[in-house]
Design a protein. Structure first.
Length: 256
């Protein structure tokens, strides 16, 4: 059961985000995404994703260790290389943080920042190993071809069959597992973003779209139900600090 007080949780709204319009100035989109990256750093979005990803990375490192024992060899941790695909990467702040975290822990993490916009993908290039452009509904990767897939604050842009398709595509290409991060819908989150956006100098478009994004967000139970319906996975959904919620599942838990 979701622990949020009903009076503090508005009904989910569809809303219209200004930057959902592909005709908008790409420079404005990049400017707004800088605000998103700052909000991720200050209010817990980045921390929530890394915390959820830790579970899957531990699994990946354990699998490497088991394979080594079966082959009677030992791969130094510094030589282990894993891969992460970040769908809807924005300016790739989450892949960059994940790469730095992996480096500190002594292994390599190659990251792919995936975006629908060529302009945003170009802006993301310095922060990930590779930046790619394409359709998240039809990811150009083979089944189980990357170790981890992350998707932060993207799911709320889709509803119904499109949301299901996105989750299935993320699951299809992941070898080990998937982490989806979302905003946790709350009037307190709306008020917090509205007030802090002025203090931090957010662009008015960032303020508008951020509030719409929160009202498009999910409660724990809603996100759990959506992932289960779309993928059949045994999913772990957790409330995180900063009005965030994460869903984590392994491909091994998915019903065929």
């Amino acid at each position: 059961m979701d622990m949020a007080m009903p009076l503090l949780t508005p009904a989910r709204r569809r809303g219209i985000e200004i930057l959902d319009d592909p005709s908008k100035d790409p420079a404005l989109a990049v400017r707004s995404l800088r605000d998103v990256s700052l909000a991720n750093r200050l209010f817990g979005g980045r921390r929530a994703m890394l915390r959820a990803l830790e579970v899957l990375i531990a699994r990946g490192l354990a699998e490497t260790s088991r394979a080594d024992r079966a082959l009677r060899r030992r791969t130094p941790t510094s030589q282990i290389s894993l891969t992460l695909l970040d769908v809807g990467t924005g300016l790739a702040d989450i892949p960059l943080a994940a790469m730095k975290d992996a480096h500190q822990k002594g292994f390599r993490l190659d990251t792919i920042g995936f975006e629908v916009s060529p302009d945003i993908a170009r802006a993301a290039e310095p922060s990930c190993t590779w930046a790619m452009v394409g359709d998240a509904m039809h990811l150009p990767f083979a089944d189980r071809s990357v170790d981890f897939v992350t998707c932060s604050q993207v799911l709320h842009h889709f509803d119904g069959p499109a949301a299901d398709a996105l989750l299935r595509e993320c699951t299809r290409v992941a070898r080990i597992g998937v982490v989806v991060g979302e905003l946790r819908r709350s009037w307190m989150a709306v008020a917090g973003l509205w007030a802090s956006s002025y203090l931090l100098g957010f662009h008015p478009v960032s303020r508008h779209d951020g509030i719409v994004s929160i009202l498009r967000g999910y409660t724990v139970s809603e996100l759990r139900q959506l992932v289960r319906r779309a993928t059949g996975a045994r999913v772990s959904v957790r409330r995180q600090l900063g009005w965030r919620v994460t869903a984590t599942w392994t491909t091994a838990s998915v019903r065929e």
